[in-house]
Design a protein around this ligand. Structure first.
Ligand code: NDP
Length: 316
């Protein structure tokens, strides 16, 4: 196993990780960033980001992440492709293992691992993953052009995915478990105004149906009457929220019951000295690119102050 020693290690490559990298690099801390399994994070699965300040016409999500990486590298961040597979925060300096083959000794760690899409937990969902079941309309919608698909969920993600798919697909069935949607009014209005989206209110997914060709339909259950009915679809998209990617830290870091890292209010400090948490991994409330970027900045400033207090100078 090879070993590398760094002042600031950033784990994750979404808006939080790259913003932390930009600030840490500009502070002369020579940050090293490991991208994780999905370089660029969740915004790489988004089409247009319309709510990030400074882009009056919106910006393409993957492009924004390429730009953020370039900006971080411009100031000297070393960006490596690799997945952190375990950590040992029981001693200082902190130890992090990448791809089970490299140990990184870090004087400060900024966790920016984000969150991942949730699944319903149906066996049929697992059976048809990548054969009709997807958690990313922007990634996979293209395969369902001129076909009928279903989207499950009722938040902004579901509204966004349904509207996106409606441009590609013949028909989109939106499966909503209550009699109202949680999505913001503007997103709901877009859904309601799109003629080829049909909303199935008070409906749960009982089973995803399919055969050797992949998904062929969905069996819905009416939450009021228990009545079941089937709709024919070739694609089934999940948009029911996210789970933080924090499992590898749970032995050491305080979290809530869902796995969101708890930070000292008004800071990014965790219960372990020298470990900071930023972005969606520590935010179950706002979960926006702009708030992730904001806490990424905070994480770098907190790490900088921490290292100054420790007088960590000699590591490059
Ligand atoms: P949310 O947590 O907001 O919504 C999840 C939705 O999934 C809810 O409507 C929930 O139903 C439903 N759901 C959860 N579990 C199940 C289940 N087992 N079966 C059926 N339905 C289920 O997640 P989102 O990913 O939509 O949004 C997360 C955050 O990101 C929000 O703050 C949102 O505003 C933001 N966002 C913003 C966007 C934008 O501005 N462009 C785009 C996408 C997200 P119920 O309502 O009944 O609980």
């Amino acid at each position: 196993m090879t070993t590398e020693e760094v002042k600031v290690l950033i784990i994750g490559s979404g808006p939080a990780g790259y913003t932390a990298a930009i600030y840490a690099a500009r502070a002369g801390l020579n940050p090293v960033l490991y991208t994780g399994g999905q370089p660029g994070g969740q915004l790489t699965t988004t089409n247009d980001v319309e709510n990030f300040p400074g882009y009056p016409e919106g910006i393409n999500g993957p492009q924004m992440m390429i730009d953020l990486q370039k900006q971080a590298e411009r100031f000297g961040t070393k960006v490596h492709y690799g997945l952190v597979t375990s950590v040992d925060f029981s001693t200082y300096p902190l130890k992090v293992v990448v791809d089970e083959s490299k140990t990184v000794i870090a004087h400060a760690v900024i966790i920016a691992t984000g969150a991942s899409a949730k699944y319903l937990g149906l066996p049929s969902e697992e059976k048809f993953t990548n054969r009709g079941v997807s958690a990313c309309a922007v990634c996979d919608g293209y395969f369902y052009r001129q076909k009928d698909v279903a989207v499950v969920g009722a938040g902004d993600s579901a509204a966004e995915e349904a509207t996106y798919l409606a441009n590609l697909c013949t028909k989109v069935h939106l499966i909503v478990r209550r009699d109202e949607m949680r999505a913001s009014k503007i997103m709901q209005n877009r859904v309601l105004k799109t003629p080829n989206i049909q909303i199935h209110w008070n409906s749960e997914t009982d089973e995803i149906l399919g055969d050797d060709s992949g998904v062929t339909g969905v069996r819905l259950r009416d939450t009021q009457t228990g009545e079941k009915r089937e709709i024919a679809v070739q694609g089934f998209f999940l948009a029911i929220g996210h789970k933080p990617n924090t499992d590898i830290f749970k032995e050491y870091i305080d979290m809530d019951e869902t796995g969101y890292i708890q930070v000292l209010p008004g800071s990014t400090r965790t219960n372990v000295e020298g470990v900071f948490a930023v972005g969606d991994a520590a935010d179950n409330v706002y979960r926006q690119a702009i708030t992730a970027a904001g806490t990424g900045c905070m994480g770098a400033l907190d790490a900088e102050r921490f290292l100054a207090s420790k007088e960590v100078e000699a590591v490059h």
